[in-house]
Design a binder for this molecule. Sequence first.
Ligand code: KG4
Ligand code: ZN
Length: 345
Amino acid sequence: MRILGIETSCDETAVAVVENGTKVLSNVIASQIDLHKITGGVVPEVAAREHILKIIPVIKEALLAAGLSWDEIDGIAAACGPGLISALLTGTLTASTLALVKEKPLIPVHHILGHIYGNWCDRPDANFNFPILILTVSGGHNDLILMKGHGEFEMLGTTRDDAAGEAFDKVAKLLGLSYPGGPAIQISAKDGDINAFDFPKAKFDEETFDYSFSGLKTAVLYTVQEKFGKNYLPENLDPKFVCNVAASFQKTVTETLIDQLENAADKFNPREIHIAGGVSANLALREKAEKRLSKFNIPIRHPVNISYCTDNAAMIASCGYFMFQKNPSKFKQWQNIQPSADFTF
Ligand code: KG4
Ligand code: ZN
C-alpha cells in the first residue's frame, strides 16, 4: 500500500510517498530555514504564506521522484496537529481536497506520533519488539511515550514549559548563533569545554517523567549577562566563551533527556528504546544514549537519516499506513479533517 504524506505543521513544506509504512519512495522537503533566519525564528503568518506557495509544486515533485501517478497512490495522510494552525491549514485542506477529488482514503495524523514513525522510515525489515520506550524531542514537543503496539500509546511524561529544541533555539539566539539553534550549538560545542559552566537541571519534588527546560535557558542568559552586561550585543561575545557555554549547555540538556529515559526504562522494562524528533539528530544525545542505556541490553534506535529526525512527510505517511492497517474502515469515508493545536491521540 502506497501512502502520500503531507506535513506543514511548522516551517517545512514536506510531501513523501511511502510503501507499506517503511519503504520511502520519495521524501521532498521545501525548507523555509533561510526565510526564518532573517527573524531568528518562525513567524507563523510568514510560514503559512510560504506553505501555500510550495505545497502543489512539492506534491508534484514527490510523485515524480517516486515515479508514480495518482492511480498508484492508495491513500493520503496529513499532519493535523499539534502545530501552527495557519501552517497546518494548508496541508490539511490540500489533503482533504485531493482525497475528495482523487477518491482516496484520508488519514489525519498526529504530528508527534508521526515523529515516532521516523524510526520506521527506510527500515523495510523493521519488526520492532513492543513495548518500545520513546523519547520524542523537538522544538515544539518533548515527550516520553510507551508504545505497546501500533496505535497503543501511553504518555509517561512531557515538558512542563519549553521543549529541549526550543531551549537549543533560544540559547543559540542569545549567543548570537544562527537559526535553527540545535545544529549551530552542536557545531559551536565541538570547540568548547563541557565543564566550563555548571548549569542546573530541573528537579521535581514528586516522581515524574516530565521535563522542564525554561530554568536552564534563564541560567544561560544570566551567565552571559553577568560577564558581558545586561545590554550585551550577541555579536560582540567572546568566541571561546560562546563555545564553552554551548558545550556546557548541550551537556546539561542531553544529560537531562537521558536521565528521564533511564528512569523510565528502569520502571517499564521496554524491549527497545527509540529517540525521535529534530533533537534526535544531535550527536551528543545519540552518544550519551548509547553509553548510558547500553546496560539494558536492548536496541537503542534513532532515525536512519537526519531528514527523518526533523519535520518530514515520510514519517507522516508511515504513521498513516499503520493507522490505516489497524482500522481500515475508519478512513474509507471522505472526511473534512481539521487542524488543531491540541490534536489528541
Ligand atoms: O522536529 P522538528 O523539525 O520540529 C518540531 O516538531 O519542532 O525539530 C526542530 C528542532 C529545532 O528546535 C532544532 O534546533 C532542533 O530540532 N535540532 C537540533 C539538531 N537538529 C535540529 N537540536 C540539537 N541538535 C541538532 N543537531
Ligand atoms: Zn516536529
